[in-house]
Design a protein around this ligand. Structure first.
Ligand SMILES: *[C@@H]1O[C@H](CO)[C@@H](O)[C@H](O)[C@H]1NC(C)=O
Length: 328
């Protein structure tokens, strides 16, 4: 996002206003300025979508989905796509746009996401890339020619949740998917000859139902056997989701520790250990607040948090963010 573009937009919230005198923008015209992009990473279920929407409602921003299953149209329950309501009017790109039978590769992602980013910065907005497919993100950012890095400054945010807590959450989420009608949704797509290695059928929550649907097809199968197959399928989905979360976490660790990406970790664990209003407060204190501090710093190059109305929670969030920054 170009600062000049941002500043010409009207009715900015007060924390976005840049005090005159601190930055001399006249000099910026002389050298090509890099555009800015925020990347929200994290395992499945941690709250990446929520954080990206929180940020996008504070800054003029648009979101690019980087979840390799959410790019497909269909199977909204299985792929856990956010609803129109949850989008809160924030434009989303690469969400439910690919034919479910097609194969959307990392290469396809790189070219489509690059185009989306160009159009977003062209509108003077900040691109926020959010999603769990770290292989897509890596392919986009670490291209062979260093093209992305020469064009964009990147701010990495990582929503982290302690694994045992996350495993419980994603298991419960699978039960909620069952209540929401995942079985019916997948049954509509079922075809005894389908290929589970192609398109959206690779998603967790599709092939696990195969034996169950097969038994449904052969009417000879006993009711109790079918019930058992169904509960096994659900259990399998839970296990596979937990395994996915572990793999995603491993990749983030590799990008951070082996590749040296400067990733800001936000510990969201306490959000998942609480309920209702306390969970909301914890989200602001541990995730939304510190993330805003990091992004302000990234966008404006100085600590903008002082122009917040200092509530105890933002002050605490700032302290935590400062502490977190010191340990990263
Ligand atoms: C993250 O937060 C949880 C809950 O407050 C805490 O128990 C845990 O030690 C924290 N993890 C790290 C690595 O800081």
């Amino acid at each position: 996002m170009k600062l000049t573009m941002l500043m010409t937009q009207q009715a900015q919230p007060s924390f976005l206003q840049i005090p005159t005198g601190i930055m001399d923008l006249s000099g910026l015209r002389c050298r090509p300025q890099k555009e800015k992009v925020v990347v929200v990473m994290g395992a499945t279920g941690t709250g990446k979508s929520r954080l990206s929407i929180d940020l996008a409602t504070r800054y003029p921003a648009e979101i690019i989905n980087s979840d390799k299953m959410q790019v497909y149209e269909g199977l909204d329950i299985v792929t856990n796509k956010i609803s129109n309501e949850e989008c809160e009017g924030v434009p989303h790109h690469l969400l439910g746009i690919v034919d479910s039978e097609a194969d959307f590769t990392a290469r396809n992602f790189v070219s489509t996401a690059s185009l989306a980013m160009k159009s977003i910065v062209g509108r003077g907005n900040l691109p926020i890339i959010a999603g769990g497919s770290n292989s897509f993100i890596e392919a986009l950012i670490d291209d062979n020619n260093y093209e992305f890095r020469s064009r964009y400054d990147v701010c990495f945010l990582w929503v982290d949740v302690a694994m045992p807590v996350l495993h419980q959450f994603v298991s419960d989420r699978v039960d909620r998917m069952v209540e929401a009608g995942i079985v019916e949704e997948v049954r509509k797509m079922y075809n005894p000859n389908c290929d589970y290695s192609k398109g959206i059928r690779r998603a967790i929550g599709v092939s696990e139902f195969d034996s169950y649907f097969r038994a449904e097809y052969s009417s000879s199968t006993d009711y109790r056997v079918r019930e058992k197959l169904l509960s096994e399928a659900i259990n399998e989905i839970k296990i596979n989701t937990c395994k996915l979360a572990c793999r995603q976490l491993g990749k983030i660790h590799r990008l951070k520790n082996v590749k040296g990406w400067k990733i800001h970790r936000l510990n969201a664990t306490s959000v998942f250990e609480k309920h209702g209003r306390e969970a909301e407060e914890s989200w602001v204190e541990m995730v939304k607040g510190p993330a805003s501090v990091v992004v302000n710093q990234f966008l404006f190059n100085f600590d903008h948090s002082r122009s917040f109305v200092p509530t105890t929670s933002t002050v605490r969030a700032e302290k935590r963010a400062a502490m977190a920054a010191a340990t990263l």
